[in-house]
Every structure is written in structure tokens, then in C-alpha cells.
Design a protein around this ligand. Structure first.
Ligand code: AVJ
Ligand code: FE
Length: 440
């Protein structure tokens, strides 16, 4: 942000907060009140919990901490503390009713925009370049994705609509090489410069990455069907032991939301049942399923550093950039983000979003499972709270990269790290595969 005026930073923060709130409003107004307070899956909160939690986080960080204002509703902090109450139990809490929750979030937002208007946006790590405002916009976008997952799990008729993503150029997509060689060498992983990067993306540091090949596009439904039809789900050889246990215990034999009807595969997507499109990146597979597919294909999942090198390293300048296409923010021509479309675009889409070596769709469409555990980078410092990242470090969670069609562009970049348990399937996750150079 060197050289960016305070006015421009304010506008950036205002736009990010406003974009997120428009989506939040839609996700919490397109169904009726009983649907907002209902629990559609024990894996998820009632939508009305997310709504007031968004407002409460904003009150705690922007109004109280940044603005130094007196608390508006301190008595509800504990109800909306994600660590005090597991998702499955949130319907039993004394939640604000939908109308109250909406009024609360909007009251806080009004006060926060006043604070933003008069903030110098410098004077410490929370304020500098508007970090705390960016953090809260990212928090809301992440909950907008969470709420979209709740909508996907919900039964009943469709409540959301969106235009179809642009079709891939068929000639171009068919001509793409299956994989791309990323030559050996050091690159800069993580960032110390990105103003709104979260603690787990910091600091920038060097990594030496041996040469490897990476799929040009994410694994498609058509690819994945070949694994299913080859008996992938009944052959223990392909599975990590815990994954093998999970698929047998829960009778898993296809991605979540898929069904086989009269010899044809269909899927449920936001209240509509449709044939599974062969050319679209596969969605709703666990890390175990991605790992098993890769082994069946004679390949493996990429590590997190391989993924980031493919997405950021510019072989000409030797520099790591913000996105595969360069340093400019995402646009609708470069990546499928922000719930503009309610599905991934066909594999091979977005040639303008390709990396310098030609890898496509690294940003947007589907979160991509990596082989890596969620761990801190060397020199990590928890900021501004331990519960964002630090308490999740260790062996339990796997890293996902790149963002999905469901997350806003403020929460997707080459350094952004997401994580989840390897059994999770309801998230908008797919994957691509890799192999070390020199392996057959
Ligand atoms: C980074 C997506 C795993 O949803 O649990 C939201 C984001 N953190 N509120 C989550 C988050 C606090 C987080 N993920
Ligand atoms: Fe949260």
C-alpha cells in the first residue's frame, strides 16, 4: 500500500465491508424466518447465529478495540463465541431473533463506518493500512461461504439463483497439456507485505521446492467418475487407513450430494437435482477421497508449498506475486469468486487467470486440498487473536488453497490459507494432483 492515500484505503475498506454485507443480507433474507433459526445440519450453525456472530465480531474488533467505543451488547458475546459452543448445540442458545440480529448487525455497521470515516488508518498493526477493517471484511466473507454451505445442506426448493459461469473455450480447453512442469528452485512463500494478510500467511520466507508436475486444471467430475467406475471406493490399496474406515463406516461411494439414478449420476445443488457435469471440477470430496484418487491415478496431492509456488512464482522476475496473473486484484475475467455463480466453471476456463507457466483456475472455483498439515510458518506470531489460527495448528487439519466460487475476493489470494479436518465433505473443496519430476 506504499503511496496509497488514506482516502483510497478508506474506500477499499468501505467497499470490502459493503460487498460482504450485501451478500450476508441476501443469504439471510432469501428464506423465511423458520429456515433462519432451524439447524439444517449438525455440522452447521443456524443461519441466524452466523448473522449475529458477524455483527458481534465487528463490534468487538472495530467498535470496541479500534474505535475505543463502549460496548453495545456485551451480554451476547458469549452466545456468539465460536469456542464456547459447538455448532451442533447453537440452536439451543438464547439467540437473537432474525429481526433483532439484522438490526444489531446493521446498528454496529453504521457506527463502524463512522469510525472508519475518522480513522487515520495508521498508528499500530491493527490500524495500519486498515488491517482490522480488512480482517473483519474477510471474516464476514468467510461466514458468507459458511452460510452458503448451510444453504447447500438445506432440504427443500431452491432459494438462491445466479447466472451460469462463462463457458470454457472448447478448443482452448481441449488443447491444454494435462500437467505443467514447475522447475526446481527457491521461491518466496508467505508474505510480509500484503496489508490485509492474516497471521498464518506471515512472514515471507524462502523455500526450496524440487521440480514437480502439477495438473493444469482441477480434477473434473468426469475424471473422478473413472475412479468410481474402476472400483476406487472398494479397493483398500488407494486409501489412507482412517479414510478407508470413514468410507466404510458411513457407506460413502461417491462425492457428497451425488446419487445414481437409473444408470445416471445426478447431484443436488442448492435445491435442484441435475446430471453431474463431466467437465466441471469435482466438489464435495474429503481429503481422504482426494488422496485416494491421486494414489489411484499414480500421483499424489501437491504440498502446500508446491501449490503456492505454482500460483505465485514468476520465473522471469524470480519474484512471488499476489495472484497467478500478477499483482492486480481479481476480476470476473480472471477468477470465479464471490458467489457470482453458484458452481465452479468448467475446467480450462479463465485463460486470463492463468499462471506464467499456464496453470489454470488456481484462484476461485474450488478450494484445493493439499497434502500438508496446517502448521505455522517459521517466525509466526499470532495476531490479533490466538483463536484465528494458532489453536488449529498441529496434525489434525489439512490445508486448502485458492478459494472457491463461494468466497469473496478479499479472502482469496496466492498466500491465503484455509484448513479443515480431512473427513469434511460439505465444504466447496476439490483438488488437483501432482507428481515429483523424475517419477514415471
Ligand atoms: C478459516 C474457514 C477455517 O470458518 O472456521 C470464521 C474462518 N474463523 N470465524 C472457519 C473463521 C473465525 C475459519 N476457516
Ligand atoms: Fe467467525
Amino acid at each position: 500500500t506504499d503511496g496509497i492515500s488514506v482516502d483510497a484505503l478508506r474506500r477499499r475498506a468501505f467497499d470490502a465491508l459493503t460487498t460482504a454485507r450485501e451478500r450476508t443480507a441476501l443469504l439471510t433474507s432469501c428464506v423465511d424466518e423458520p429456515e433462519l433459526t432451524a439447524q439444517h445440519s449438525p455440522l452447521m450453525s443456524p443461519l441466524v447465529w452466523d448473522l449475529a456472530h458477524i455483527g458481534n465480531q465487528e463490534e468487538q474488533w472495530l467498535l470496541r478495540t479500534v474505535g475505543g467505543r463502549e460496548a453495545v451488547r456485551p451480554e451476547i458475546d458469549s452466545v456468539y463465541d465460536a469456542f464456547e459452543h459447538p455448532r451442533a448445540l447453537r440452536p439451543t442458545l438464547p439467540l437473537l431473533a432474525p429481526r433483532e440480529a439484522r438490526a444489531y448487525a446493521s446498528d454496529i455497521r453504521g457506527r463502524v463506518l463512522d469510525i472508519l470515516d475518522s480513522s487515520p488508518l495508521r498508528g499500530g498493526p491493527l490500524l495500519d493500512a486498515g488491517f482490522a477493517f480488512g480482517m473483519i471484511a474477510q471474516h464476514e466473507q468467510q461466514h458468507d461461504e459458511t452460510m452458503l454451505i448451510t444453504h447447500q445442506l438445506r432440504r427443500g426448493p431452491a432459494a438462491l439463483t445466479a447466472p451460469e459461469p462463462p463457458a470454457a473455450e472448447p478448443v482452448d480447453a481441449a488443447d491444454l497439456p494435462a500437467e505443467i512442469l514447475i522447475p526446481a528452485g527457491q521461491f518466496t512463500m508467505g508474505t510480509s507485505a500484503e496489508p490485509w494478510a492474516l497471521d498464518n500467511e506471515r512472514p515471507a520466507h524462502h523455500r526450496l521446492v524440487p521440480a514437480f508436475h502439477l495438473d493444469t486444471v482441477p480434477v473434473t467430475n468426469g475424471d473422478y467418475l473413472r475412479f468410481i467406475e474402476d472400483g476406487g471406493y472398494t479397493d483398500e490399496r488407494w486409501w489412507a487407513p482412517a479414510g478407508w474406515d470413514q468410507i466404510r463406516e458411513h457407506d460413502i461411494a461417491a462425492p457428497l450430494f451425488w446419487r445414481r439414478e437409473a444408470g445416471q449420476w445426478t447431484r443436488r445443488r442448492f435445491g435442484t437435482v441435475e446430471p453431474v457435469p463431466a467437465d466441471e471440477p469435482v466438489l464435495h470430496v474429503s481429503w481422504y477421497e482426494a488422496d485416494a484418487y491421486a494414489r489411484w491415478a499414480g500421483r499424489r496431492l501437491p504440498t502446500e508449498e508446491e501449490w503456492e509456488k505454482a500460483a505465485r512464482h514468476d520465473p522471469v522476475s524470480g519474484r512471488s506475486r499476489r495472484y497467478p496473473w500478477g499483482d492486480e486484484d481479481p476480476t470476473p475475467e480472471r477468477a470465479n469468486l464471490g458467489q457470482r455463480h453458484l458452481r465452479p466453471a468448467p475446467a480450462g476456463s479463465y485463460p486470463r487467470g492463468a499462471s506464467p507457466l499456464g496453470v489454470r483456475q488456481l484462484i476461485g472455483d474450488v478450494w484445493e486440498w493439499t497434502s500438508s498439515d496446517f502448521l505455522p510458518y517459521p517466525g509466526f506470531v499470532a495476531f490479533p487473536y490466538r483463536e484465528y489460527s494458532e489453536v488449529f495448528f498441529g496434525g489434525a487439519h489439512k490445508v486448502l488453497r485458492g478459494g472457491s466460487f463461494a468466497v469473496g475476493d478479499v479472502a482469496s489470494r496466492g498466500t491465503f490459507r484455509n484448513w479443515d479436518l480431512p473427513v469434511r465433505r460439505q465444504i466447496f473443496a476439490g483438488f488437483r494432483t501432482a507428481r515429483s519430476a523424475g517419477d514415471a
